[in-house]
Design a protein around this ligand. Structure first.
Ligand code: NAP
Ligand code: GDD
Length: 338
């Protein structure tokens, strides 16, 4: 038997400590949601991207709550769902590094593919309808069959991570069609911010440019600098996630800018912000190149623009500028404290 959903929207976010989870939590809190997040037990209590929320007594424990759990622990996830009764689930957690997925394919597939299925099964048993967002990716297109890609483009992943996300995206479609579950796949292209993990190329570049400027480091070592990506800003992309779950009909959407830049373009722009000659500091190392790279990942965002009215607010230049400035400030204050 289904019961009426609560009046205040209740969001449950997996991956709340990550780049996207932290921006999404802020967005939903500003919209009046009660926000619950899944966190893993770690040896340190610091969760830098959401510490400002847990330290605020007007928010934490009132409208912002954290629950210990893990994607591979279905019993605990089910218990959290029974306690929280979310109206919207944003499933963002999982191993998110493409290159690393070649080193740890089994755990990547367990976390990305099987855990998503586990969550869909839990949502199927909820006492009232729940809306689900799944964090799919451009990597499902891999060796892309066409350029730019649309929601209809064939999946041809080129990494264990891409394969696992392809499974997740397909199984969600099956659950939507066979059980009538409101589940949306956001097929997101690369999105970055000052909160981006330091092992991803954009943050590695912005952080190192800032470190060189402050005399902390003397070179930037990268793999393939000719690689191109469709880079947007994470704040724009979490807005798209929320928009998908507010629509009357569940569907899959590409979220992208429609344009690309090379890794070298990003280096040039970042070093220009730091006012440094990039050629003097950039070193390439073949050991950092991937076994297999996707070809020409660029998304066509027409469907989300037309159906949901989504428009990104940040430009590439604006993104690079914000990232380098944030790293300059952060490293300068660390240096001053040392
Ligand atoms: P991220 O910064 O790497 O965050 C990943 C989050 O997942 C972290 O909160 C991490 O927790 C959590 N997590 C990982 N394994 C877990 C487990 N076994 N149990 C519970 N939590 C676990 O990733 P992001 O950039 O925010 O991306 C969010 C999602 O979107 C990911 O699924 C990613 O694959 C997908 N995506 C990202 C992009 C992009 O360009 N950013 C594009 C397309 C799709 P800890 O803090 O404890 O490590
Ligand atoms: N990480 C990294 N480090 N990448 C490098 C480096 C380096 O030193 N040097 C060159 N690259 C190149 C990679 O080979 C790749 O072609 C490109 O920079 C981008 O790499 P990442 O920033 O690691 O991102 P990604 O495109 O592999 O994956 C990100 O975007 C996907 C969506 O398209 C991640 O956020 C995934 O989770 C996401 O699904």
């Amino acid at each position: 038997m289904q019961v009426a959903p609560p009046k205040t929207p209740i969001a449950f976010i997996t991956g709340i400590t990550g780049q996207d989870g932290s921006y999404l939590a802020e967005l939903l809190l500003a919209k009046g949601y009660a926000v619950h997040g899944l966190v893993r037990r770690t040896s340190k209590l610091t969760r830098s991207r959401i510490d400002h929320l847990t330290r605020d007594p007007s928010i934490y424990g009132r409208k912002f709550f954290l629950h210990y759990g893990d994607l591979i622990d279905g019993t605990t996830l089910r218990r959290i769902f029974a306690k929280v009764n979310p109206t919207e689930v944003y499933h963002l957690a999982g191993q998110s590094h493409v290159g690393l997925s070649f080193e740890i394919p089994e755990s990547t597939c367990e976390e990305v593919a099987m855990a998503s299925l586990r969550l869909l099964e839990i949502c199927r048993d909820q006492p009232y309808p729940v809306r689900i967002y799944l964090a799919s990716t451009a990597e499902v297109f891999g060796d892309a069959a066409e350029v730019p890609q649309t929601e209809e483009t064939k999946f041809r992943p080129t990494s264990p991570y891409g394969c696992a996300k392809a499974f997740m995206t397909q199984i969600a479609r099956v659950y939507r069609e066979s059980y009538g579950i409101f589940v949306c796949n956001g097929i997101l292209y690369n999105h970055e911010s000052p909160r981006r993990g330091e092992s991803f190329v954009t943050r590695k570049i912005s952080r190192t440019a800032a470190a060189i400027k402050l005399g902390i480091e003397d070179k930037l070592v990268l793999g393939n600098i000719q690689s191109r990506r469709d880079w947007g800003h994470a704040k724009d992309y979490v807005q798209a996630m929320w928009m998908m779950l507010q629509h009357t009909r569940a569907d899959d959407y590409i979220v992208a800018t429609g344009g690309t830049h090379s890794v070298q373009d990003f280096v040039e722009a970042a070093f220009a912000v730091a006012d440094l000659p990039w050629e003097k500091y950039l070193v390439t190392d073949r050991a950092l190149e991937r076994r297999l790279e996707p070809t020409q990942l660029v998304g066509n965002p027409k469907k989300i623009q037309q159906n949901l009215g989504w428009r990104p607010e940040h430009s590439f230049e604006n993104l690079v500028h914000e990232m380098v400035e944030a790293d300059l400030q952060d490293l300068a204050s660390q240096k001053a404290r040392a």
